[in-house]
Design a protein. Sequence first.
Length: 144
Amino acid sequence: MSKIKIEIPAAFSFQTTIPVRITDLNYGGHVGNDSILSIMHEARMQFLKHYGYTEMDFGGAGLIMSDVGIEFKNEVFYGDSIIASVCAGDFSKVSFDIFYKFETEKRIIALAKTGMVCFDYERKKIVSIPVEVRLPSCEGGRQA
């Protein structure tokens, strides 16, 4: 099986710090892979909130995750703080990717990507990205 390789952008538009909770640890004494996915969700929610959105109100549409990829690099432990860098890119008519870089002051913990699709939860249907949505892209421009 080939290894997942996440190509991350050179620059990120948002950064936050997320402390490791005791409940994030697994039997190996480090943050578990399932907790990294939960930390991604928290970083995404803070990223969207920073730009005035939520997953249920993204300029009038909802968001649903279509895929996720995580490349684990190093362990992280209770008491550490994860610096989460986040940006959006690869915009299409109905979807875009969110890229994540998780690190401590000393090492990269994980690189990740989620595919996000605009979704009308009432009609259970994929919809276009609303024209009023404005997110800075990973490339430094603004998504139109």
